[in-house]
Each structure stands twice: as C-alpha cells, then as structure tokens.
Ligand binder design. Structure first.
Ligand SMILES: [Zn+2]
Length: 274
C-alpha cells in the first residue's frame, strides 16, 4: 500500500498544478500534463483509483497529510489507531470526517513552526504577510537564489526550521512546472505546510530574476496549508490582477525598503485580495 499512497501524493500534487496551469497557462502543455497524470493514475489499483476519482469529483484536494494527528484538510482529529495505520501505510485510510485519503508526512516536510503571521490588519495582503516578510532588492539573479533569499527570511522570522528544506521543496515543485507568469511575477510555493495559515514572503528586484526563460521582478514565496489549496488559486489571481496596472507594479518594484514595499502592497491589494 505504501507505493499506492506515494502515487496518490504525487497525483494530488500534479492535479493541483494542472489547476494552477489552467488558470494562468496558455494551454499549450495541457496534453503533456494530462498524460503525466494518467501515467501516475495507472500505478493505482482499481479500488484506490475509484476512491481517488470519487473524492476528486467532489473536491480537487482528495488527499491530505496528518498534522498533529489531525486531518490537514478538515482539521478533524484522527484516532490514534488510524494514525498508526496511516504511518505504516498497510491499508488505505480515509478521514472519518471528510473522507479524504490520509498520508503520513515525511520527516523533512516543511512545517510552519510559528503559526499565523501576527496580523496588523485584516484586509488585502495583511492576512497573509507582514512588513518583516518583505525583501526589496533581491540580490538573486536566478530562481534558486531568489527562493533561498526568501526562505532565509522565513527562517529568520521563525516560521520554518530549515530554509534549505523549503528551497528543496519549492525547487522540486518548480521542476514540474515553472511558477513564473507573463505578468512579471513568480509564485514559487510549497504545499502541505501545516501549522499556520497561508503565509507569503515577498521579494522584488529592479534588475529582474531569470526564471526558466522568463524574467520576473516580483517573487512571492508561499507556504500553503492543504486546507487552502483551492483558495491559493484565487490568491494568485487576485495578486496578478492587483499588479496588472503598470503604475501599481512599478510602485512595488521601486520600493526602497521593507516599509515602502509593504505599504505599496497594502495599497494595491486592498480592493482585489479578499
Ligand atoms: Zn478530513
């Protein structure tokens, strides 16, 4: 069953990346993506495949990790006997509350050890970030270095224990599909980061950062709990729309320090980001 659960985890990530791609991509790689998803599905036994398909129809988040012995998707606590079964992966275990397939997280999974950002406001970007997570003037010239700078900021502020693990996980995600958009923004992220809400660190570069064939000037590194996987698509859409006007984007890119960057982002995301 262990291999089946591994295949489910892989499949879950791929279908969510396909959703991201459908939202912002031009569709040219959709066939390639569907073929990749079918190849992973082929690894599933007929029973497991049926369970996955049934759950996927209801919600694209069909599987969830355990976070402190709770289902990461719905938050319901999982009986200790089931937790042991999930860890041993001898049987397929579904959450008794939401029905999702449960899996155990690896030891090096990134987790949010700080919890929620202490919010100084409740609108726009303020729900997901703070001035201390702003990094204007990224030194990085390429995406790995840009992700490392922002992960370092998350580590410095106590959100994660290891920036290196965060970089490795975000780069693994980038290898499947680049998160750079045609709108001058890259959205690197790691899904399944439990322990807090959606949390983002934001960096800017006037010179630009090379990102898999594109150049971006704004980099938004996100830690995404499983429960907000669907909302994250809206978040990306709202940020993109907020920064679609050249003047707003330029104000963000031109910010000289964290305070200025934070204020520019608060202003520009207030109307769109809900
Ligand atoms: Zn659940």
């Amino acid at each position: 069953m262990k291999e089946q659960v591994e295949a489910i985890k892989e499949l879950q990530e791929l279908v969510l990346i396909r959703d991201e791609y459908c939202q912002r991509g031009n569709g040219s790689r959709l066939d390639e993506f569907n073929a990749r998803i079918d190849a992973v599905k082929a690894k599933l036994s007929p029973q497991v495949k049926t369970v996955f398909e049934r759950l996927y129809k209801r919600n694209h988040v069909a599987a969830a990790g355990l976070a402190n012995n709770c289902c990461a998707a719905c938050g319901m606590s999982v009986p200790i006997a089931s937790v042991q079964m999930v860890k041993k992966a001898q049987h397929l275990v579904c959450c008794a509350s939401c029905g999702r397939i449960l899996y155990a997280d690896d030891a090096d999974t990134v987790s949010n050890v700080k919890g929620r950002v202490d919010l100084d406001g409740k609108i726009g970007i303020e729900r997901f970030s703070g001035e201390k997570l702003m990094l204007p003037g990224l030194k990085a010239k390429d995406r790995a270095d840009a992700i490392a700078e922002l992960a370092g900021l998350l580590e410095k502020n106590g959100f994660i224990k290891s920036a290196d693990n965060m970089v490795a996980a975000a780069m693994e995600r980038e290898q499947i599909l680049s998160t750079a958009t045609d709108h001058d923004i890259a959205f690197p992220h790691v899904r399944g980061v439990e322990g807090g809400g959606l949390t983002v660190a934001i960096g800017t570069s006037r010179k630009g950062v090379k990102w898999d064939g594109l150049t971006v000037h704004i980099v938004i590194l996100a830690m995404i709990p499983v429960a907000v996987s669907s909302y994250y698509l809206k978040f990306m859409g709202s940020i993109t729309k907020s920064l679609s006007k050249a003047a707003a984007r330029q104000a963000v890119i031109a910010a000289a320090d964290a305070d200025e960057l934070w204020k520019a982002l608060q202003k520009t995301t207030r109307a769109e980001l809900k």
